[in-house]
Ligand binder design. Structure first.
Ligand SMILES: [Fe+2]
Ligand SMILES: [Fe+2]
Length: 242
């Protein structure tokens, strides 16, 4: 990471700027479909946010991201796994409460990370966490830890804690699977080969944990091979043809 934020100097973010956070547990780089998220304890949360899973393909993005989050927690047994997993499950539910017509027009265009609608979906996601978690028995302290991660997960440049970092990596890792490439290349109006190039150049450097990095590279190689991205590479536009 090359970003330097003076406000966070001396904090958790400094610890991973120089080098990715090393894993203390095993790293599983097999295809994510081999280890689906398998925690029946979260079924009540899924049911509580069912309407919000219908927005912006959250019913694909969130379960796959949750499966990656579980693997990251195995690689980091020192993390509070329940905070990571609940934050990952809920982090994008706020898309279900923003104007759907603006999701593609604003959420994926220009400087999309700073689009107003990005802040709105983070805020709404925190509201949803505060609504659905108390009736399921989660404490206020736990909910605060979850919302601290959801708030700013797209717009804040750095992670505040290991749990925050693992949720961010899970949120990126799903894109390296073929399903993520298919959905995200369509969202960004590009072809799979160009999107794979973008994953390699822009998203890989953003990964905070070594486990996340190794999973991403393994997925990227598999996806590029399966999708034949090198042979299906778009022809460069010749200047003399314009
Ligand atoms: Fe998000
Ligand atoms: Fe997300």
């Amino acid at each position: 990471m090359t970003f330097t934020d003076p406000a966070t100097t001396g904090t958790f973010a400094d610890s991973y700027r120089a080098a990715r956070i090393p894993a203390s547990g095993p790293i599983d780089t097999r295809p994510i479909s081999m280890t689906p998220a398998d925690r029946a304890m979260f079924d009540p949360i899924w049911r509580a946010v069912l309407p919000e899973t219908r927005a912006r393909s959250n019913d694909i993005h969130l379960p796959i991201s949750l499966a990656y989050a579980e693997r990251l927690c195995v690689a980091h047994p020192e993390a509070d796994a329940e905070v990571v997993l609940v934050a990952t499950l809920l982090h994008d539910t706020g898309w279900g409460r923003v104007d759907e017509s603006r999701i593609i027009s604003e959420g994926f265009a220009g400087d999309w990370r700073k689009a107003r609608i990005r802040y709105e979906h983070e805020h709404q996601g925190c509201e949803i966490a505060r609504e659905v978690l108390p009736p399921l028995g989660y404490s206020n302290d736990f909910i605060e830890r979850v919302t601290a991660i959801i708030d700013g997960h797209d717009t804040r440049p750095t992670a505040y804690s290991l749990e925050d970092a693992l949720m961010r990596d899970a949120d990126r890792l799903w894109r390296f699977d073929q399903v993520g490439i298919a959905l995200a290349s369509s969202w960004f109006g590009t072809d799979p080969t160009s999107y794979v190039d973008r994953l390699r150049s822009e998203i890989v450097p953003e990964l905070i944990s070594q486990a996340g990095y190794e999973m991403a590279i393994a997925d990227l190689e598999r996806s590029a091979e399966l999708l034949r991205t090198e042979v299906l590479r778009p022809e460069p536009i010749r200047e003399d043809a314009q």
